[in-house]
Every structure is written in C-alpha cells, then in structure tokens.
Design a protein around this ligand. Structure first.
Ligand code: SF4
Length: 254
C-alpha cells in the first residue's frame, strides 16, 4: 500500500524527522540497506509485553511466556535485511538488555485495582482530516474499568527517561488514537522503559483537550500538504546514523 492510501503516526513522524527518508521509503519504496538494532529490540520487547497482557486478558498463566532473551535473539537472527549493530553493541548483550526491559515493564503495576485488559494490538482506522487519506493505527493496550471508561496505553523503549518536552513531542499519538476510537475522556498513557541493565519504567499521562486535537489536525494537515506537493527536503543530522538509506543518500552525515 503506498503512502497516498493511508497515513499512520509513524509515517507522520518519519516525514517530520526527514522528508527525504520518507520519500525513499514510501514514494520510491526503496528497501532499507539494514535493519536498525533499536527497531528489532523495540519490536521484540513490544511482542513479549503484548503477549504478557494478552494472557492476563484471557486468564492464561503468564509464567508460560517464552524465554525473553531467546525470543529476542531469534528476532535479531531473522531480521531482513540483516541487523546492523552499533559500535558498542553485541547480540548477547542486547538480548539480555531486552529481557530486563520486558521484566521491568511486565513487573510494573499498570492495572492496579482499577483496570482490566480489554485488547492488545487493537487496530483502529479512520479519517482525521477531510483532505488526507485515513489513518491506520495499532493500540498497544486497551484497558477498561468497572465504569466502562477506556484506557489507551502505548509502550516505548527509550534511551533515557522522558522529559516533559519528549512527552509533549509524542503525545499526539495518543490524541490520534482517541480520535480514531471516536472517544473522549479516555485515560491516555505511555509506559516507557529505558535501555539499561537496570531499566527504569515511567507511566506518563497525556492530557487530552480540544486544543490538543486541533494542534494534531494542524500538524497532519501541513505534513499531508508537503507529501501531496512532493516536498521532500533532506534533514541530515544524528538520524542519518540510523537511516537505512544512508548508503544512497547524498545528504547523509553518517
Ligand atoms: S541519510 Fe540522513 S538526510 Fe538522507 S534520508 Fe537518511 S536521515 Fe535523511
């Protein structure tokens, strides 16, 4: 499916980080020359944590979750194109790191006495603004309380603890999901975990408001105008080091 047929939060974020990378990926549809280790690690941690909450939802024993380090290792081995490790990274160390992150996330008391799991990796889709294609999103975790109120949670693996500025930068994702659910007053939160031997977990709430939705609409409107008009300037910088197009991009600073 091409970029003009649907949008997603990650597509919008890629356009904002580097429109040229967006062009390679979704317009030219050039394959990445490598898979970043951060992408594989983050995706494997998401899968394992999602499985844990899926078992809580269905009442299955959570102790049966597969060995996290082995599962993450298999994800590294099966990545296509092959994973490119950073200068200070090694496969075994990353597998252990990922296992510690899964343990920290699943050990966090996210549900408390209030919430039950209502869904894992829930697909939501719909239009956000009239002139752009519909959005497609996957909500990591949907919660419900005794009164029927909804909670929407997204897991994030991060280099360091989030500042208020980082929360602000990411909050549009949960505002978007709430809009796609056609809901208001959901409880929106990120559950972040740091990539460290002793990972730190943060549960951060995103405030919703009419102004937050308007800000999101405006941002998406400008991004869509850029895509539609063929505006794809390069944005070289630290992101080039993780970019799967660095070998072909004349602007790469990697
Ligand atoms: S190498 Fe850098 S400038 Fe080029 S597409 Fe990737 S992130 Fe953008």
């Amino acid at each position: 499916m091409g970029a003009c047929e649907y949008l997603s939060w990650s597509r919008v974020q890629l356009y904002l980080r580097c429109p040229r990378a967006f062009w390679y990926r979704y317009i030219e549809q050039v394959p990445n020359s490598f898979t970043s280790s951060a992408l594989v690690l983050g995706s494997a941690v998401h899968d394992l944590v999602g499985e844990h909450f899926g078992k809580l939802m269905t009442g299955e024993p959570t102790e049966d979750t597969p060995c996290a380090a082995e599962f993450i290792g298999a994800c590294f081995d099966e990545a296509d194109p092959a994973v490119k490790l950073g200068a200070k990274e090694d496969r075994g160390g990353l597998c252990n790191l990922g296992a510690a992150m899964v343990s920290a996330l699943t050990g966090h008391d996210l549900l408390g006495d209030t919430w039950s799991v209502a869904g894992v990796e829930e697909r939501v889709t719909g239009p956000l603004i009239d002139e752009a294609p519909p959005f497609v999103g996957y909500i990591d975790l949907m919660l419900v309380d005794d009164d029927g109120s909804l909670g929407v949670v997204d897991f994030k693996t991060t280099k360091s603890r989030w500042s208020s500025a980082t929360l602000r930068e990411n909050s549009g994702q949960l505002v978007l999901y709430e809009a796609l659910l056609d809901a208001t007053n959901t409880h929106r939160s990120f559950l972040t975990v740091t990539k460290a031997k002793a990972p730190k977990v943060q549960q951060l709430t995103v405030e919703g408001s009419e102004q937050a939705r308007e800000r999101l609409h405006e941002q998406v409107r400008h991004v869509w105008r850029g895509i539609e008009s063929g505006t794809f300037p390069a944005h070289p910088g630290w992101g080039c080091g993780y970019c799967g197009y660095q070998d072909r991009c004349p602007h790469s600073s990697a």
